[in-house]
Each structure stands twice: as structure tokens, then as C-alpha cells.
Write a protein that binds this ligand. Sequence first.
Ligand SMILES: Cc1ccc([C@@H]2N[C@@H](C)[C@@H](O)[C@H]2O)cc1
Length: 449
Amino acid sequence: PIPLQHGAHRTGKRMDADMAKWRGYGLGQFIHWGLYSILEGKYKGKYYNGAAEWIRSWKEVPNAEYDVLNKQFNPATFNATAWAKMAKQMGVKYLTFTTKHHDGFCLWPSKYTDYTIESSPYKKDIVKEVVDAYTKEGIDVYLYFSIMDWHHPDWRYDLKTKEDSIAFDRFKLFTKNQLTELLQRYPQTKGLWFDGTWDNSWKKSGAFTDSLEQYLKSLVPGLIIGSRLRADEKGNRHVDANGVLMGDYEQGWERKIPKTYADVHGNDWDCVMTIPENGWGYAEKWMGHWKTTNELIEMTAQCVSLGGNFVVNFGPKADGSFRKEEIANAKEIGEWMKINSDAIYNCEYAGWEKQDWGYYTKKRGEDKVYMIVFNVPLSGSLKIKPSANYVVEKATLLEGKQQLSTEKLDYGASFIQLPKGKTFVKPFVIVLDIKPVKQQEEAGPKAKT
Ligand SMILES: Cc1ccc([C@@H]2N[C@@H](C)[C@@H](O)[C@H]2O)cc1
């Protein structure tokens, strides 16, 4: 391997209790809320066809006009408890919330810049309201923080001159101060979700990113930080020059889901996903297709079946209310999770050959495999092929506990027979009680007679 000072400091998964809890979340919520929510993805009647939270970068929007939106931000009816209760009903176990997006506006009263919630008519500490409300509902809170800060005069995309480096050194100190402030003001925070770390200025700051991560973890032992913070000393991000993941989990799955288990390279990971095709902040018009509840449930099953978590993004309006589609998704996902969450929480990759009807998950540490069924075959027979080290003892519908008959096939496969005459109109779960079997001893050399 290439000798690295600032590459990964750990190979393989992080195995402490905090990370074990993270690994078992299954389903999470992302919330993007900020000044961009005021513009709603449109400006002077024209719609921005990019991501609405990036509208400041749109050529038709003068930065100076965007940057004074803080004077308008006043979600007087914002109710963090209502948000947290909606999330609780949905069945999410963790929240990632935007404290500062790329526009540099801070939803907490940071003392390191004037560009904060205190400069708005609302004034109150939104980050505190959200952290307290979600923590009270038993949902762990992770704070999203954009390193790239379009508003700060010392931000640099690249370090080309001495002046750039002097300014960026000030910026790195500003960043460290803001992160210290967030962890000290909101001690319930379980982790930090970094974004805006793709530019050369950051890629050239590998040593700093390494010391920053170690410093933050010294402030909050057990703090969880994904692979987006670090760069190694050669400018590699996510994985270092030796291909080893930097950070506690793979944070590259944004709006995309791994196809196979091989794609996750034995790392912990989660997928963060928009309900529309793109766009995280509120947009009046959702462009293109937006995901139905069944699609979101299937993506959740797909992620958990490959050992990850699935995080659904919500983009509240400037007044803090959610659009009706998001409210419906949250409610319907919650109704499904109420019945089926056994197959999602604390589950892992089962390692069985995937079948057309859907996804397997396995309960961590238990001899239980779940079949999450999305495609019922006309035959009514669901084929399973357990891995060689297990046999299936029993198959039961999770909802209603009806036992299902099974028919052994050859090659270690079986059919699970769905009850005749029953029609399934929603994704459903079959619980397989399994038993480990000793591997057949390899036929050794004949014992001497
Ligand atoms: C190219 C690109 C840059 C940043 C993003 C940000 N990451 C997501 C989590 C959102 O915050 C989006 O603005 C998305 C795409």
C-alpha cells in the first residue's frame, strides 16, 4: 500500500455501540430548509430546472438579491414538534437537518458570522427547536453542514495564490469554530453530515480535514461522520489512495442505490434520496416523476437488503409546512412500517440469491430472514433458495401470522405457497424461521482400516 499520513485510519466497519445503532436504523429523514425555500425554485415567474436549493447559482438570480432573503425569513407558525411527530409516525429512526447549506445562511445564532437566523425576523434558534423536538420523539439527530459557503468572503474554490491560502486558512478556522459551536450548543447531536467538499481548495486540505475529523471526535466521542468530510494528502475523497474508505460510512449514495452487495465493498452506507427526481429544497413545481409511497418503500427494502439505510428527503416551505405529497408519503410509509418494520429495523444483508418477488433482509443476530414481497407471481409460488448454511423451518405472513405451506424443490430451493384466493395490494412480509445447518464435512481421505 501507498504510505499515507492522512488516509483512512481504520479498515473495515466501525464496530462500537454508536455505530451498531446507526447500522440498524433502516429508515431516516433528511430535511432541507433555508432561504432557498422562499424562492420555491422560481424567480420572476421563471422556473429553475435545477435543484431549488441551488437557485442562487442561477444566472437570472442576482446574488445580492438572493443574499438579502434573510430579511424575509419568518416562519411564524413553524412547529418543530409537529415535524418530529410526523417523522415518528413515519417510522424514521434518524434525521439529518440542514444547519447551513451552500448559501452560508445559518439556522442557528452562530457568533462567527452575522448571516444567521438572528438577522431574520424569526430570530429564534431553529436548530435547537429541531434537535430538541426530534430527540424528544426518540429520533437521533445528525446535523448537515456545507463546508462550501458562497456567502463567506474567505471561501475559495481553489488555492492558486498566496492570498487564496491566507484567506482559506481564515475560512478553515471559521469552519472549525462553527462546528465546535454546533456540537457544544446541541450536545444531543449524534453525527455530522458534510457536503460541499468537492472543490480543489478542500482536496488540497487533506491534512486539515484529517485533524478536523479527529478534533470533532475528541469533542464528542462516538460522533458519526461519513466519507464526505475527508480528503487524503493526494486529494482523494471518500476512499484514500489505497482504496480504503475514509469516514465511518460510505456517503456517496446520493440519489442512487447500489445494485449488488459487491457495490458496497463491505462498508456501512446509507442512501439519501429526493422524492422528486432531483431537488432538495422546496420547489413549487416538481419536475418530472416523483416517487410514490410504494416506490419509497421498495427503495427502503432494497437498501436494507444490501446492508444500508434509506433516507427520504423532505423540503418544507418557507413557513415550515410540508407539501401535501410529502405529508401523504410520510403517513403511508408510516402505516406500512407500523405493520412491517420488523423487516427493516436492525436488519442486514441476508446473502441469499435474490429472487424476482422482492428482497431479503436478515434480523441481526437472530435466525430470522424476512421476504419483502413487491412482485407476486401469477403462480402464487414464491421461489426461495436459502444459503447452504441454513434450512427454513417455517414460513409465516408477518401480518396476521398465517403459516404458509412450502414445497421442497431440488438444488436446495423451495416454493412458498401464497394462500389461494388472497389478493395482496400492498408490499408484504413473510417471516422465515431458519436453522443453521452444519456444512457437510468435505469427504476426507478414507480412514485407514
Ligand atoms: C452536484 C451537487 C452538489 C451538491 C448537492 C447537494 N447535496 C444534497 C444532499 C443537497 O444538499 C444538494 O444541494 C447535490 C448535487
